[in-house]
Design a binder for this molecule. Structure first.
Ligand SMILES: CCCCCCCCCCCCC/C=C/C(=O)SCCNC(=O)CCNC(=O)[C@H](O)C(C)(C)COP(=O)(O)OP(=O)(O)OC[C@H]1O[C@@H](n2cnc3c(N)ncnc32)[C@H](O)[C@@H]1OP(=O)(O)O
Length: 285
């Protein structure tokens, strides 16, 4: 078993939070999971400093944690991060730059599996977006059923800005949340929305002033399912998302081949290199 489960004695608020479900096999400890004894809801916190970049290991941990929580019949999941300023900085571009092709294939397969697990999860999910959430971070947030975000951060799919074409697995959950025209424009512009703008277009559902307030709002959302039959709820969700899930399952190999072909092109490699350099030099200016 991947996680050890113990029940918490105190509610999961503020500094009284208690870590009760801990990853045993992840040597990098890149995920923390807490379960609120009162509500039965689990909080999954990405914990890969400094900015929760999605490398192969963090992606695999996210998939395993979802599967584990489904097996444990978790009643609801809140996805957040241990950082004060970043939910997730998106894919770790170092995984894409000058890659070992074997690992690149493994990396993208893992990303597809993570998306399938979170977008198609039987358990209700809410994202507590307590920091910036570009690209892969936005994908994770939009896989969840509800989003509460703290002010003055940004969220969106900015791939086009640095020369990447967002593949279907990146686009689908975004399209599921936004009106088609807004989604298309935002993708073509590589736009990152401020928390306020994200609320106005419906990319997030609520704003919260603090992480604690955000947590309470996520709990309130998850509690809306309390009186609903869990099997009916989960089948309804999966039927709504069924075509998206089936399309990826059936097209996984092609999606993987397209991804590898696209990312390993000389031109894309040059752009990725420049972007990494830009990120590295950002604060020196
Ligand atoms: C026609 C064919 C179609 C086929 C389709 C296939 C196409 C396949 C294309 C593939 C597309 C895949 C989709 C990609 C998704 C992604 O997620 S790409 C990543 C996008 N992310 C970003 O653009 C975010 C960039 N980062 C930031 O804006 C900021 O870092 C931050 C997140 C807002 C945090 O800021 P701050 O707290 O100030 O931290 P920093 O100091 O900036 O960063 C800390 C260190 O981390 C490094 N870093 C940051 N982001 C990344 C990253 N994404 N990858 C790698 N490294 C990153 C940053 O450089 C710092 O490191 P040092 O410089 O060493 O200190």
């Amino acid at each position: 078993m991947f996680f050890q489960i113990t029940k918490a004695a105190t509610p999961l608020t503020g500094c009284r939070r208690q870590l009760i479900l801990r990853s045993l096999s992840s040597s990098t400890n890149n995920i923390q999971i807490e379960v609120d004894n009162k509500t039965g809801f689990a909080t999954v916190s990405m914990n890969r400093p400094p900015v929760n970049l999605l490398n192969l290991e963090l992606i695999n941990s996210l998939t395993r944690s979802m599967k584990e929580m489904e097996q444990n019949k978790s009643r609801g999941i809140i996805l957040t991060s241990t950082s004060n300023s970043v939910f997730s900085g998106g894919l770790d571009i170092k995984e894409l730059y000058r890659p070992d092709v074997q690992r690149l294939r493994e990396f993208w397969t893992a990303f597809q599996d993570m998306w399938l697990a979170w977008y198609g999860s039987a358990v209700p999910t809410a994202a507590l977006i307590n920091g910036h959430s570009p690209a892969g971070g936005c994908v994770l947030a939009t896989c969840c059923e509800y989003r509460v975000m703290l002010p003055k951060f940004t969220i969106g799919l900015n791939e086009a800005k640095f020369g990447l074409v967002p593949p279907p697995v990146v686009r689908i959950s975004f399209k599921n949340v936004l009106p088609l025209r807004i989604a298309e424009l935002a993708l073509c512009q590589g736009k990152l929305f401020t928390s306020n703008d994200a609320l106005n277009i419906g990319l997030i559902d609520e704003l919260a002033k603090t992480k604690e307030e955000g947590y309470e709002k996520c709990v309130k959302f998850l509690q809306t399912f309390r009186k609903v039959d869990p099997v009916a709820r989960s089948l309804t969700k999966q039927q709504f998302r069924g075509k998206d899930l089936d399309d990826l399952r059936k097209g996984k190999q092609k999606d993987l081949n397209d991804f590898v072909e696209h990312v390993t092109q000389d031109d894309i490699q040059m752009r990725l290199g420049l972007y990494l350099e830009q990120l590295h030099n950002r604060k020196k200016k």
